[in-house]
Structures are given as C-alpha cells and as structure tokens.
Design a protein around this ligand. Structure first.
Ligand SMILES: Nc1ncnc2c1ncn2[C@@H]1O[C@H](COP(=O)(O)OP(=O)(O)O)[C@@H](O)[C@H]1O
Ligand SMILES: CC(=O)N[C@@H](CCC(=O)OP(=O)(O)O)C(=O)O
Length: 317
C-alpha cells in the first residue's frame, strides 16, 4: 500500500503537539528547579488574571518545577485602611506602619489575599499551603528606617529581613506542595512585643518584593520572577516606554539611584537575588495573561531580566 492510496490522516491537533514539543528544552532545563514568584498587589486586582496566574503556577508544579509564591497586597491593605477610616501613608515607597496599621496589614495579607490565592491554586488539587514569615521561624526581621531627602525617618513597624529559616518551605516543596507566603516577619529581637501594651510588637511589615528576593536567595532558587503592572523596567520612566530587556548586576547597581519608588524595592530585590546565587531575576508584566509560562517555556522573553555579572567563560543564563 502506498501513501497515495492511504494518505496519513490529517490530525487537527498536530499544532498542539508541536507547541508542546517546543517547550521540551525548557522543561528539561528547569526540571526540579525552584522558582520564587512575587505576585504584586497591582497585578492582582483582575479576577481573570488571578485565575490565569494560578493556572501557570500549577502548570509549573506539574511540569516538575518547584514554585514558591510570595504575595503583596498594597492596594488591598490601603482599601481596608480606608474602610476603617485610617490613612495610608508611604515614605520612600514603604508604608508607614503604626501598631494599628500593622494589625490591618496582617489581617489583609494573611486573612484575605493569601487565602484567596491558596483557594485559586487549590481549585486544581490539594497543592497550596499558606503561611506567613512568622510560621516555623521562616522570616525574622529588624526595624527598617526610610531615607527621605537624605534624612533617616522612623516609619514604625516596617522590617528588613534579618534571617530566613527555609526548612518548612523546603519540606512543603519536597511534599509536592506550593507554599504561598505573606510578607510578614517575626521580630529578630525576642524581647520585642513583650512590653505592657505589646501592640503590633513582635511582628514587622516587610515589603513583598524584598521578602521574595530574600527568600529566593535563601532557597538558592534558579529564578526570581516579580510580576507587576508595567512591562518591565523602563529605561527612561515616565518619559519613554522603552523596556530594558536584560542587564547585569553592575549595570543595575548604577541605575538604582535614578529609580522611582515602586521600582526601587523590586530592582533592589533583583540585585540582591542575583548577587546571592539566584541565576536570573525577572520583572514581568502581570497584566499579560500567562506571562509566567511565556517567560519560562518560550524564547519570547518578556519584561526585564537581571543576570549576575559574567565571569570569564561562563554561559549566558
Ligand atoms: N523605571 C521604571 N520602570 C517601570 N516602572 C516604574 C519605574 N519607576 C517607577 N515605576 C513605577 O513602579 C510601579 C510598580 O511598582 P508598584 O506599584 O509598587 O507595583 P506592585 O504593586 O506590583 O508591587 C509602576 O506601576 C510604575 O508606576
Ligand atoms: C513596608 C511595606 O510597604 N509593606 C507593604 C506590604 C505589601 C506589599 O509589598 O504589597 P505590593 O507588592 O502589592 O506593593 C505594604 O504595607 O503595602
């Protein structure tokens, strides 16, 4: 029998097979690798995008990667403060956090935003487990001050990561779970919060970009992905929409003093990550559906990628 008598049947699903096969080199490269994904408050306000985000994260997990989600919730915290008749004040991009504000931050991040993400992920199976940096001593922080016009200002219970104990997160990953982490840390000072009032004491509000970057470094993650509401790092923001597609740690360090508030913790975080063992740190447009899959499984690199300074003879990540 020849092909001309019995031609191969036309399978309409063939393009799908091709698409899957195109992802094979990336699947091989990323198998077993840890990816820390920071999901930002501003990329988190659209229901469809949130559902697509959850699908992407579960896809990574089912494709053999070890995804960890660290989430923000700035807009959601501000909305709740407004409902309670409290003010939102930011200094150098950080929320001024009174003991009263701290209670709201904790309630919104751990009780609302984290719960919603966990439930979205768990539509796909018993995968996600929520925790805050307080759980199992995951994150300890010390008080952080802001610098405004060269002056050091007290912004209350805002913390900077002091140390990370990754044991609980690693155990969850080994068990095939997806940790979903709120950026609240316990105080590194054991006597903190033991005063008479104890209000807001014992815990710190940590910027979620800072927390994600510190965790990526502590886990020795392959990649840090920061999803936000712009295409990436603009070269000349707000005057131009030219996105910097790739830059080295040293190039980023030179740019940092020129950056405006929202981007500062993100790019500082990316720099910290690649200087501490993370292979690539990326800022992605969370408004693009499935931006995570596009970034990991295609060569259509979107957003901005920060890489460590190249050493002689080293291949590009
Ligand atoms: N150079 C820059 N490139 C891109 N965005 C910038 C830049 N400088 C400042 N921004 C601002 O940073 C914002 C992102 O930070 P933020 O609002 O804190 O995001 P998220 O809620 O996702 O954490 C952008 O929407 C933009 O307004
Ligand atoms: C100290 C500080 O500013 N903490 C942030 C924590 C949440 C966060 O970082 O959320 P986004 O990623 O959505 O901005 C805040 O209180 O808004």
């Amino acid at each position: 029998m020849t092909d001309s008598v019995h031609p191969t049947r036309r399978h309409t699903a063939l393009p799908k097979a091709r698409t899957l096969i195109e992802a094979l080199p990336w699947l091989t490269r990323h198998n077993g690798k840890t990816v820390v994904i920071k999901f930002g408050g501003n990329a988190m306000v659209d229901q469809e995008l949130k559902a697509a985000f959850a699908q992407d994260v579960v896809f990574l997990r089912q494709a053999g990667l070890r995804p960890v989600v660290v989430h923000g919730g700035g807009p959601q915290i501000s909305a709740q403060l407004t409902r309670l008749g409290l003010e939102s004040e930011f200094k150098a991009g950080l929320r001024v956090t009174t003991p009263e504000t701290m209670d709201v931050v904790r309630m919104v991040l751990a009780g609302q935003v984290q719960r919603e993400l966990v439930n979205l992920l768990n539509r796909h199976g018993p995968l996600a487990v929520g925790m805050t940096g307080e759980d199992a001593h995951l994150m300890a922080a010390t008080k952080r001050y802001a610098r405004v016009d060269g002056e050091v200002v007290d912004i209350g219970r805002v913390g900077d990561i002091d140390s990370i104990e990754t044991g609980a997160v690693r155990a969850l990953l080994d068990d095939g779970r997806i940790p979903v982490i709120s950026s609240i840390a316990r105080s590194a000072d054991p006597s903190d919060g033991e005063d008479a009032a104890g209000e807001g004491g014992g815990v710190f509000n940590v910027n979620a970009d800072t927390a994600a970057a510190a965790l990526a470094a502590a886990l020795g993650a392959e990649t840090l992905m920061v999803l936000t509401d712009v295409e990436g790092l603009y070269a000349d923001w707000p005057d131009s929409d030219e996105v910097i597609s790739e830059l080295t740690a040293t190039e980023l360090e030179k740019l940092l003093p020129e950056l405006a508030s929202g981007m500062v913790p993100k790019m500082e975080g990316c720099l910290h990550a690649v200087r501490n063992g993370v292979r690539t740190a990326r800022v992605l447009d969370g408004r693009v559906p499935h931006s995570i899959l596009l970034e990991i499984f295609t060569d259509e690199g979107i957003g901005t990628m920060v890489v460590p300074d190249k050493r002689e003879g080293e291949p590009t990540p």
